[in-house]
Design a protein around this ligand. Structure first.
Ligand code: 8LE
Length: 466
């Protein structure tokens, strides 16, 4: 069966000159539309292969699996695979501390390393990501294939408006666009005055495709408005996003689509999981994200047992590389939250889907007086409120023995005329969230905008780890 699957082998390597027939909606028609059971059977064989490779080349995996008396050869069913212990980020940090700088799960010779990326390190010890030269080519191929699915074609200009730094998002988007023979405009983000310059460049170059974080796209639309330029005049057709929830949050998605007059596509797993675009929507299945299971094996699991939950249920994504040889991740726990389904996709791809995208991190969910509040719910609600100024902040603090939630939102009305706005918004939030909310309005354009990923929650309670 795997013989029919285009270029299906491990270690992976793709014909760098291949491009699909221009009339084909698919890069690899068979791999993308095959019977999912058949695909799963091929994936199961591959999972064993990847595990054998990792066991042979990495003390990290040997240690981890020997402790459970687990051998790659035992993986003869998905049930057996679900018992492979997950990896948490702390374990990678510890392995890198013991074996600097890449940890003892590198799996390739250091001479094979092509790029080094990493976490920003704002919330702990930074983690280094080493990507092999061969892997980089495979990543580019996979991302090109997914971009094709979004409707991007050779010759299109792709504007990358995300940090070119340790962050992998921008580089991964660029690698895919280059492999697709696009014209890449690696604009970047984050420097002083850069957003206004991005507006000028977008207006002049009129790219077809655009990549950023969702909050940065909204920021860009605001700056364009200040410069008296209509973002629709950029002529963008497809805007793809990763890095944070947003492109699948209905009101955020609509706000971006309306401002730019473009299709909004959500994608993204984790930097460690690059090719991180393996969860991605397509032009004809535009909502949520499809799980391209022959690139990365995505499971949605119970967050305590790490067994998969049935389709239709909520859980946390757990990811396994099928094509990486440098730092392959085998059951990496994301600690994010999502829901998955298996249904007929309009684009004809036979992949499972996250219909609401990834809607938050377990850690970011606010537990307050017995209720769970997702910050994305607040974002979604506020974007639908008339006179909302476009940015907000959620502060959770303990006053006496009570937890208190304060939502501070911008309002476009002058300060003397906000009573109605405050009443509407405050009571709307309260009934949506089911907890008492102290609502405050502030002037528009006074809260900080994200140049990268937004951080809107300030949890001042001591016991809460953030
Ligand atoms: C909802 C995927 C990438 C390279 O853009 C990225 O941001 O990787 P990074 O910095 O390792 O952060 C991964 C985390 O960002 C995920 O665990 C998730 O919490 C969030 N994230 C990334 N893409 C999305 C997302 N959350 N929707 C997304 N599309």
């Amino acid at each position: 069966m795997s013989a029919q699957m285009e270029e299906w082998h491990f270690p992976a390597g793709y014909d760098q000159s291949y491009l699909p027939d221009p009339s084909s909606p698919y890069w690899f028609p068979h791999r993308e539309t095959m019977d999912p059971e058949e695909r799963n059977a091929a994936v199961l064989v591959r999972l064993r292969e990847v595990m054998e490779y990792a066991y042979a080349t990495s003390p990290f995996y040997r240690r981890k699996w020997d402790a459970e008396d687990l051998k790659p050869a035992d993986i003869t069913s998905f049930e057996a695979f679900e018992q492979v212990p997950v990896i948490q980020k702390e374990e990678m940090r510890a392995a890198q501390h013991e074996h600097p700088p890449f940890g003892d799960y590198l799996c390739v010779d250091e001479s094979e390393i092509h790029h080094i990326h990493g976490t920003s390190g704002t919330t702990g010890m930074p983690t280094a990501f080493a990507l092999g030269r061969r892997d980089w080519e495979v990543i580019a191929d996979n991302h090109a294939r997914i971009l094709w699915g979004m409707g991007v074609r050779p010759g299109d200009t792709v504007f990358v408006a995300a940090l070119f730094s340790l962050y992998l998002g921008s580089w991964g988007a660029m690698a895919g666009a280059e492999r697709l023979r696009c014209r890449v405009l690696p604009f970047g983000a984050g420097a002083q005055g850069m957003t206004a310059r991005a507006v000028t460049w977008l207006a002049r170059t009129k790219p077809k495709a655009f990549y950023a974080t969702p909050s940065y796209a909204l920021r860009l639309a605001e700056v364009a408005a200040q410069e008296k330029i209509d973002p629709k005049d950029f002529g963008l057709e497809v805007m793809f996003f990763s890095g944070e929830p947003g492109a699948s949050v209905p009101a955020v998605r609509d706000a971006i689509a309306d401002a730019f007059g473009a299709r909004v596509v959500d994608c993204g797993t984790m930097a460690e999981m690059t090719p991180f675009m393996s969860a991605s929507a397509t032009d004809r299945t535009p909502d949520g994200m499809l799980l391209w299971q022959d690139i990365v094996w995505h499971e949605v699991c119970d967050p305590t047992t790490f067994r998969t939950v049935p389709f239709g249920s909520e859980g946390t994504p757990v990811y396994t590389h099928l094509e990486r040889t440098s730092q392959p991740m085998i059951r990496l726990a994301s600690n994010d939250l999502t829901r998955w389904v298996m249904e007929d996709n309009p684009c004809g791809r036979t992949y499972p889907k996250l219909p609401d995208g990834v809607y938050g991190r377990i850690d970011d969910m606010i537990h307050i007086r017995g209720e769970n509040v997702y910050p994305t719910e607040v974002d979604n609600f506020l974007r639908g409120v008339a006179d909302y100024g476009g940015e907000h902040q959620i502060v959770v603090r303990r006053t006496g023995s009570m937890d208190e939630m304060i939502v501070r939102a911008e309002c476009t009305l002058p300060s003397g005329q906000r009573d109605d706005f405050e009443r509407r918004t405050g009571s709307g939030l309260q009934s949506l969230l089911g907890v008492r909310v102290t609502f405050e309005s502030v002037d528009a354009h006074t809260l900080e905008r994200a140049e990268h990923k937004s951080r809107r929650v300030v949890d001042e309670r001591e016991h809460t780890k953030r």
